[in-house]
Design a protein around this ligand. Structure first.
Ligand SMILES: C[S@@+](CC[C@H](N)C(=O)[O-])C[C@H]1O[C@@H](n2cnc3c(N)ncnc32)[C@H](O)[C@@H]1O
Length: 383
């Protein structure tokens, strides 16, 4: 087999590069491992370099030319092992005595197998072992990118969320996107979305996550900065009253944003004409707390558990009707199975511009008859 110059190999793979890893340095003063991943930033394809020194990792973003220069100056011939993965193939390189590399592999990257019976074996869009370092900082992955057991349900949820978004973007050729995440909390989803759009889809992505908790917002901003995720930022805000991002927004997401925070997110999305909404509501107390007897629905009010579930379903049905009135096509779909979370309905909406008032009128009549309050209905009553 012909021996290879590593810089030439990296250069040939650059356009389709998914990941490159350089390990086992000859010189002990060099970094133990160096990982390269593509990243989209302001319409430009960059490469994030992660240098592993002991337990610490350092990051910088480089353009393609600068990466190849770095490879020629610092890496080629100085690391015993290298791995170059493109969208089609993966090849391993081992350093020979003459300073060139022996290449093995180059075979097609295996596609995920069909899901098996046991959930642990299910192949997710974001696979265990995929180098997403921010997920290590967030406590979802271990340092060798295995799923932390206690975070398995969360991992399934964010994976499913991204799978549903992936389906919506199958035929899309959009190059840039602005997304707001309401009630982002520890922001597992927010980081994954950034990774999905910036690294997987190579789009120019801007994401803002909002949350009430100042310490969590600060922590998430520090992680985003650490990994050079320039298009990702977190803002300490109460989405029910603070002034939020004022420019064009393409997509609004929520994952278990508490109670009426979901309503403010949907209202905001409508106001901004967001093209897409993916919203998994959380607890929904309003209708349950305010509803009294008033007609055919009284049969659902006799038992607490039934009343609670019916009120939650009614809440999401009203939200869907309002979105339809305001020009969206809406699906209510099962987000994950009940074992993972009982809050498992996703409101998925796409703007078409076909508006009406009939859904809101019917919902107002119900609200009047049964005496309940529903925030989105209130917010949308004057439009
Ligand atoms: C159950 S957590 C979900 C967090 C995250 N989306 C996830 O799924 O891991 C709900 C988050 O919504 C935030 N939240 C609730 N009401 C809010 C409001 N009015 N404005 C901003 N954030 C809010 C809470 O602080 C909390 O972090």
């Amino acid at each position: 087999m012909k021996e290879k110059n590593l810089t030439n190999e990296l250069s040939a793979a650059l356009d389709r590069l998914s990941k490159a890893v350089f390990s086992q340095p000859l010189d002990k003063s060099a970094e133990q491992k160096l990982t390269v991943r593509p990243l989209q930033h302001k319409g430009q394809r960059l490469f994030q370099i992660e240098r592993q020194r002991g337990a610490q990792a350092f990051h910088q973003n480089l353009e393609g030319e600068a990466l190849l220069q770095l490879c020629a100056d610092e890496l080629d011939g100085r690391y015993r092992q290298a791995l170059i993965v493109t969208e089609e193939s993966a090849a391993q390189y081992s350093l020979r005595q003459n300073g060139l590399y022996k290449k093995s592999g180059g075979a097609a990257v295996p596609r995920p197998a069909a899901a098996q019976g046991h959930d642990r074996e299910k192949q997710y869009l974001l696979r265990e072992g995929e180098a997403i370092p921010a997920l290590v900082d967030l406590g979802v992955f271990t340092p060798d990118y295995r799923i932390v057991k206690a975070r398995y349900d969360k991992y399934r949820q964010i994976n499913r969320f991204v799978e549903l978004i992936d389906q919506a973007f199958t035929d899309s050729d959009e190059k840039a996107i602005t997304i707001l995440d309401f009630g982002c909390g520890k922001s597992y989803l927010t980081f994954i979305l950034y990774y999905y759009f910036a690294v997987r889809r190579r789009m120019d992505v801007k994401i803002i996550g909002y949350d009430l908790k100042a310490d969590v917002v600060e922590h998430c901003n520090a992680i985003a900065e650490k990994y050079g995720y320039d298009g990702l930022r977190f803002v300490h805000a109460d989405v029910s009253k603070d002034v939020l991002y004022g420019e064009k927004v393409d997509m609004v997401v929520t994952l278990h944003a508490c109670d009426t925070a979901t309503d403010y997110a949907l209202h905001y999305a409508i106001e901004k004409g967001a093209k897409r909404i993916f919203s998994v509501p959380c607890c929904q107390h309003e209708i349950n707390a305010t509803m009294h007897k008033g007609g055919e629905l009284d049969v659902f009010l006799r038992h607490g558990i039934v009343r609670e579930r019916m009120a939650a379903l009614l809440t999401d049905s009203i939200r869907a009707q309002i979105l339809e009135d305001r020009g969206y096509t809406v699906d209510l779909i099962e987000f994950t199975d009940f074992d993972s979370t009982p809050k498992n309905i996703m409101i998925r909406a796409r703007y078409t511009g076909k508006k009406s008032r009939t859904g809101r009128t019917a919902a107002f009549e119900l609200a009047e008859r049964y005496g309940f309050r529903q925030t989105l209905l209130e917010l949308e009553k004057d439009d």
